[in-house]
Write a protein that binds this ligand. Structure first.
Ligand code: XBP
Ligand code: MG
Length: 251
């Protein structure tokens, strides 16, 4: 096994518990467009099986409203709805409405200090990633990551491995020297299909998923005074995920 050099992070559910704000932003966009669509938490839990916001709206129409006729070109209409949703989402994040998950900022700072290379591989829209990093970490935090591979930069979103392949190619690294961080089954399948060892921190919308194949499944990364709980995988003496534990896990 090669030495660990690189950490690749998912965004939604992994860096922050974003999906509830995504759900509310979709609903605000629907209301603004005077549509009587409403995504409850139960429905959204099911809709999350489809990654990507535009793809999720299309899936909702196909499965829940097969008779619906959209005004004008459906692709353009969905794109406009989704753009409105992105505005609502980024405004909420910019207003400080979405903190990072426990241990995320600490681990990112420690990893940088230790010389580990960082990248992002996500399904979400690039503007969402920028807003989250700027308003929670540092206005300059995008520069902490050598690549921010996001949204439609690849043809197939997660669970396809494309976004991880794209990130690794951009960084010039091999899967064997990387560790991926995910929160969902789709994200885990994407990372595994790209040959990556994966650490999962479950999130509110994903705790019921099947995480077979993950190197370690935790409730969160842990912080001093806020230890993680191991949900599956080897038990460690450590109470929080730090660089030492990542090297141990990778070896
Ligand atoms: C999560 C997703 C995204 C978000 C919405 O991706 O599936 O679609 O729910 O984002 P990841 P957009 O966990 O890989 O970040 O509406 O911008 O697509
Ligand atoms: Mg995720």
């Amino acid at each position: 096994m090669k030495k660990l050099t690189t950490l690749l992070f998912d965004v939604d559910g992994t860096l922050a518990d974003t999906e509830e704000i995504h759900r509310q932003s979709f609903n605000r966009a629907f209301a603004q467009a005077k549509l009587d669509w409403h995504w409850s938490q139960a429905l959204y839990t099911e809709l999350l099986s489809v990654t990507g916001g535009k793809e999720r709206i299309r899936h909702y129409l196909a499965t829940c409203l097969p008779e619906a006729v959209l005004p004008g070109d459906p692709g353009e209409y969905i794109a406009a709805l989704h753009a409105a949703k992105t505005r609502f989402y980024t405004e909420t994040v910019a207003a400080g409405g979405l903190p990072m998950r426990p241990g995320v900022e600490r681990l990112l700072r420690e990893a940088r200090q230790a010389g580990l290379r960082l990248g992002i591989a996500t399904t979400t829209t690039p503007a969402n990633v920028s807003a989250l990093l700027r308003h929670n970490l540092d206005m300059d935090a995008e520069s902490w990551f050598e690549v921010i591979a996001a949204g439609g930069v690849v043809p197939a979103k997660k669970p396809a491995p494309d976004i991880y392949h794209y990130a690794m190619q951009a960084m010039g690294v091999e899967a064997a020297e990387c560790l991926a961080f995910e929160d969902s089954a789709n994200g885990l399948h994407s990372a595994l299909a790209a040959g990556l060892q994966t650490l999962v921190t479950v999130s509110a919308y994903t705790q019921h998923h099947d995480f077979s194949g993950a190197a370690l499944v935790l409730d969160h990364l842990g912080d001093p005074g806020h230890p993680f709980r191991v949900l599956s995988g080897p038990a460690y003496d450590a109470r929080m995920v730090d660089v030492e534990l990542l090297h141990e896990l990778h070896s």
